[in-house]
Design a protein around this ligand. Structure first.
Ligand SMILES: *Cc1c(COP(=O)(O)O)cnc(C)c1O
Length: 382
C-alpha cells in the first residue's frame, strides 16, 4: 500500500454543477466568504498565532467577540463554546450535568448520537415514544409520563433532551411545552438544534432551553466538524468548569476545541447565517410548495402536516413499484437522478427517502420536480 499512494492525492468530488438535495448537506454549504477563509487559514493550528492561553480568548482572529458576544446574542443564551459538533456538545453537557447511572429522557425521534452521548457518559435513556405513521409526532406530555416512569422505578432523571427538529421527519415539537414540564420536574432541558440553529430563528431563552447545541457543518455554513454549545449561567458554570491540574483550561472542552480553519469558516459565514434565519418563513413556504408538487406525482410526505421544515421524508410506492422491474432494480432512481445532475438521495432507496429544499431556488426545485415527473412517466410500473 505505501508504495502506491497516488490515489490519496488530487482528490476530486465530482459533484460540481449538480443540484444537491441531501438534507445533511444543504445547510453546510459554505458561503463565498467561508471559502476564502478556509484557504487563508488552512494550515494546522492557524488560529493560534496570537493565542494567550484559551481559544475563546483569541482576539485576532476575533474568536473572543464571536464566542462571548455574537453567539450568545444570536442564541439568546448566557454562555457559548465552540465544539466539534452537535454530538460533542450533547456529550459534554450530559457528562458534566448528569450523575453516572442516572437517566436522560429523550424524544423517540432523537438522533442516534443522543443515545451514544448518553451511553458514553454512563447514562440510561428513557424515550418518549413518537406516534405511529404517518405523523411520528412527539407529544410534550410524554415527557411528564417518561419522567414519572423512571422515578417510579426509583431511578433519577438528570436531564431531558428534545430534538428540534428531528433528523428523520423534520418534525417540530412544542419546545416551550417540553421545557415547562422539565422545569416543573426540576430537570434541565437540552435542545438539540442540529437542524435548526443557523436555519431558524432560535432563542434558547424563548424556548426555555437550559442547554442548546447546534451543528456548524449541518446548519451554519461551516466546514466541519464544528458545532456550538450554549448554556445558562447556572449550567454553563458546571459544563465549562476549569481543570484542577491546568487551571486556565476548561476541562470538558479538553482545553481547546476547534484549532484550525473550521472556526474561521463559521465566523466568516456568520453574517450570512444571521441574515438567512430572518428568511426562514420563505424556506418553509417553498418546502410546502415542493411537497405539494411531489404529492401530485404520487409521493406522500410523512411527518408534520403542514410541514414546518425543509427536511422532508417522502414515501413513494410508485417509485418502489417501478424498481421491481427497472433495469438497475432499486438503483434506478439514483442513476436517473444522477443522469440529470441531481444528487442527495441515497443509492438504492426508492420506497422512502429524505430530501431538503433549503436555499435552493424555485427554478432548481422545478428541475428536481421535472426529473421526478419524467422518471415516473418513463418507467412502467411492475
Ligand atoms: C446531524 C445530526 C446530529 C449530529 O450532528 P454532528 O454535528 O455531526 O454531531 C445530531 N442530531 C441531529 C438531529 C442531527 O440531525
Amino acid at each position: 500500500m505505501l508504495d502506491n499512494l497516488d490515489k490519496f492525492t488530487h482528490l476530486k468530488r465530482g459533484t460540481a454543477g449538480a443540484i444537491n438535495i441531501d438534507p445533511l448537506q444543504r445547510g453546510g454549504i459554505l458561503t463565498p466568504e467561508a471559502r476564502e477563509a478556509i484557504m487563508e487559514w488552512a494550515d494546522g493550528y492557524s488560529v493560534c498565532d496570537f493565542c494567550t492561553g484559551s481559544l475563546e480568548g483569541i482576539q485576532n482572529p476575533p474568536i473572543k467577540d464571536f464566542v462571548h458576544e455574537a453567539l450568545p446574542e444570536f442564541l439568546e443564551v448566557d454562555q457559548v463554546r465552540i465544539t466539534h459538533g452537535a454530538r460533542e456538545g450533547m456529550f459534554a453537557a450530559m457528562h458534566s450535568l448528569c450523575k453516572r447511572g442516572s437517566t436522560v429522557v429523550a424524544d423517540g425521534n432523537a438522533h442516534y448520537t443522543t443515545l451514544l452521548a448518553a451511553e458514553l457518559a454512563g447514562l440510561k435513556v428513557e424515550l418518549v415514544s413518537a406516534s405511529e405513521k404517518p405523523d411520528y409526532r412527539v407529544d410534550p406530555n410524554g415527557y411528564e409520563e417518561a419522567i414519572c416512569r423512571v422515578r417510579g422505578r426509583g431511578e433519577e432523571v438528570d436531564m431531558a433532551v428534545l430534538t428540534y427538529p428531528d433528523g428523520n421527519y423534520g418534525n417540530l415539537v412544542d419546545a416551550r411545552a417540553v421545557s415547562e414540564i422539565c422545569h416543573r420536574e426540576e430537570i434541565p432541558m437540552m435542545l438539540n438544534g442540529a437542524y435548526s440553529v443557523g436555519r431558524m430563528d432560535i432563542s434558547a431563552e424563548r424556548l426555555g432551553a437550559d442547554v442548546i447545541v447546534g451543528s456548524g457543518h449541518k446548519s451554519m455554513a461551516s466546514s466541519g466538524p464544528i458545532g456550538v454549545l450554549g448554556a445558562s449561567e447556572e449550567h454553563g458554570s458546571r459544563i465549562f468548569r476549569r481543570s484542577k491540574l491546568v487551571p486556565n483550561k476548561e476541562l470538558e472542552m479538553l482545553g481547546c476545541t476547534l484549532r484550525g480553519a473550521g472556526v474561521l469558516t463559521m465566523m466568516a459565514s456568520f453574517p450570512a447565517v444571521v441574515e438567512r434565519t430572518k428568511h426562514w418563513d420563505e424556506e418553509v413556504e417553498k418546502a410546502r410548495w415542493f411537497a405539494k408538487e411531489m404529492e401530485e406525482l404520487g409521493m406522500t410526505l410523512v411527518g408534520d402536516r403542514p410541514h414546518g421544515h425543509d427536511l422532508m421524508f417522502f414515501k413513494s410506492d410508485v417509485l418502489y413499484e417501478i424498481s421491481q422491474t427497472a433495469k438497475k432494480g432499486r438503483y434506478f432512481l439514483y442513476r436517473e437522478l444522477k443522469k440529470r445532475k441531481i444528487f442527495g438521495i441515497k443509492p438504492g432507496l426508492t420506497r422512502q427517502f429524505k430530501l431538503s429544499t433549503y436555499l435552493l431556488s424555485r427554478e432548481e426545485l422545478e428541475t428536481v420536480l421535472e426529473a421526478f415527473e419524467e422518471i415516473v412517466a418513463l418507467h412502467p410500473k411492475a
